[in-house]
Design a protein around this ligand. Structure first.
Ligand code: HEM
Length: 546
């Protein structure tokens, strides 16, 4: 109503309305109109799993907002002081200024503890969101051309997210974070030849030194978040540019997208979802205590807390080191601490294994086409099996990383847990792979049955001659499409080794390996042939099916 009056009055004076003037002003300087016109009505497909990337985005924003507040009060200083503050049990205790300022944030700064806790919870959710989002992308094959580069950006974000978390929870200089740094120092020292040098370089002398907090601080608040912010922006630009993938269904193909426009529907949903994420993190920060540093006390190199655990995302690397036998080689006056160095090297390798997977799959399939329709995980059983195997390895190692906690809480022997993890490290991923692949094949068989024989209705009918049969109901056309739209292209093959003129073709070991891998990933053992039109027509033409 008001707008109409406003419009009318500007129009009476022969002027453009205020809003339009502002828009013209901005457009003249920023060229926003053409940009917005092209993008604001962009269609976004809808599926709950696309929300996972949003959770990463919102928790990242919340990390930045809360982190800025903490930076105003935290002092990254290794200078020693005697505490004399609000938390009386620690009065008179010697500590670093870093630890003291963390206590001040927790007890004296307005809202400080809440913001600290939201910040820490947001970090846990951020990395969890990235891992789950990555696995959604993995299981649905969303990383295929043209999104390989965006996968690489995402993977780098996950890796940097983990390292940023590590540098963050090391800052308060409490007994737990110092124990974590001692762990990291031990791992660095195990690097052959340059380990001692690297440790001295990082800590500015013998561990723990006085420099590490002031060095970790700019890395945590500036360097890593800066790189990550750039990567997040690039990641989102690529999502926009490539357009979103979509799950298979009627009306959806490699060229057409079914969904809602970016503005207003998606924007409204996204805005609401940001506040939901913020709300959940605020409730967690408000009621669930996290990292109560005052209870651990300041770091002292001669003490260690029991039950010391890293944040969950580094639990697997802790597990690797805890279960590794303490192998050592002593030669020519030097010690090679294999018991630490091997697990330390495995940590990036396990991360890299999933990071390079899309590139390996692209090489094996040799598929150069673009893919905008997602795979149903069951239709690519080997990939799905590998993903589950990777996750199961992570989970087994997480148990290893918390072997003391598991032992005390479940009244088990710590040695039994360690041995379980040692054996499980090799056995569980294989089992997980085999079981997942079988489940996928079972589901494929189920799909085939549903297409040919329809859905079981649960209605039992008795025939005149006494036989009982269950009534099956034909699937609607859209369901038939969804269950049969996937490709079952033959895997890559080397082809005949001798050409038409009888001349032998040279085939390199790379090609042979590729053909072997293609057969095991996409060969007959990995797929139940989907029903052909003839089969469908034959079986549905008469009334002989039920
Ligand atoms: C800061 C961390 C991250 C943020 C903020 C983020 C954000 C997003 C958003 C909002 C989307 C669109 C919605 C969706 O598909 O969920 C997306 C898509 C995508 N993300 Fe991420 N992501 C992050 C980390 C990762 C990681 C760790 C990976 C994988 C290693 C990854 C790979 C991808 C790919 C390939 C797509 C395109 C998927 C498609 O179109 O179906 N992202 N990301």
């Amino acid at each position: 109503m008001n707008t109409a009056v406003g419009k009318g009055s500007s129009a009476r004076r022969g002027e453009a309305p205020k809003g339009e003037k502002l828009a013209d002003w901005a457009d003249g300087r920023l060229g926003l109109y053409a940009l917005a016109k092209a993008n604001m009505r962009k269609v976004f497909p809808d599926h709950w799993s696309f929300m996972l990337g949003e959770i990463c985005l919102y928790s990242f924003l919340i990390l930045i907002l809360t982190g800025v507040y903490l930076t105003l009060f935290f002092e990254p200083s290794g200078v020693e002081v005697v505490y004399n503050g609000s938390y009386t049990p620690l009065n008179g205790v010697i500590m670093t200024r870093a630890y003291e300022s963390t206590l001040d944030i927790s007890f004296d700064v307005r809202g400080g503890l809440l913001i600290r806790q939201i910040h820490h919870w947001a970090a846990l959710v951020f990395v969890a969101g990235m891992l789950i989002h990555m696995m959604r992308v993995f299981f649905t094959g969303a990383f295929r051309k043209p999104r390989e580069l965006n996968w690489a950006f995402g993977w780098t974000l996950l890796f940097l997210g983990i390292i940023t978390g590590l540098t963050g929870y090391s800052l308060p200089d409490d007994l737990l974070s110092g124990t974590g740094l001692r762990f990291a120092d031990g791992a660095i020292l195990s690097v052959p030849v340059v380990g001692t040098y690297l440790s001295m370089f990082l800590f500015g002398g013998e561990f723990p030194g006085h420099d590490i907090i002031s060095r970790l601080f700019p890395i945590h608040v500036l360097l890593l978040p800066g790189i990550m912010l750039g990567l997040v922006v690039a990641h989102l630009i690529l999502v926009f540019y490539h357009k979103h993938t979509q799950y298979p269904g009627p009306g959806r193909d490699q060229k057409s997208v079914v969904g809602m426009p970016f503005l207003p529907v998606y924007m409204a949903k996204a805005g609401g979802f940001f506040f939901l994420t913020f709300g959940v993190l605020a409730v967690l920060g408000g009621i669930a205590s996290i990292n109560p540093v005052w209870a651990f006390g300041p770091y002292r190199a001669d003490l260690v807390t029991t039950g010391a655990q890293p944040d969950w995302y580094l639990g697997f690397s802790e597990g690797l080191i805890r279960v590794m036998p303490g192998w050592e080689i002593n030669a020519w006056g030097h010690t090679l601490a294999l018991g630490v160095f091997i697990p330390f090297s495995l940590f990036p390798l396990i991360m890299a294994a999933i990071g390079v997977y899309p590139f390996i799959e692209a090489w094996i399939t040799g598929d150069k086409r673009e893919h905008h329709i997602l795979d149903r995980p069951r239709n690519v059983p080997v990939r799905t099996g590998l993903g589950v195997a990777w996750l199961s390895l992570y989970a087994v190692l997480l148990i290893g990383g918390g072997n003391d906690i598991v032992a005390t809480h479940l009244h088990l022997s710590i040695n039994a847990i360690t041995w379980f993890v040692r054996i499980g490290f090799f056995v569980v991923p294989v089992l997980a792979f085999v079981v997942t692949k079988r489940i996928c094949l079972g589901l494929q068989r189920g799909d085939r049955d549903k297409v040919l024989h329809g859905r079981e209705t649960g209605t039992i009918k008795r025939l005149p001659h006494g036989e009982y049969v269950e009534i099956h109901e034909r699937l609607p056309q859209d369901a038939l499409f969804t269950l049969t739209q996937h490709e079952q292209a033959p895997p890559y093959e080397i082809g005949p080794l001798v050409d038409a003129n009888g001349v032998r073709r040279r085939v390199g070991p790379g090609q042979r390996l590729r053909a072997r891998l293609a057969r095991s990933m996409f060969g007959p053992d990995t797929r139940i042939p989907k029903p052909t039109l003839e089969e469908y027509r034959e079986i549905t033409s008469g009334d002989h099916h039920h």
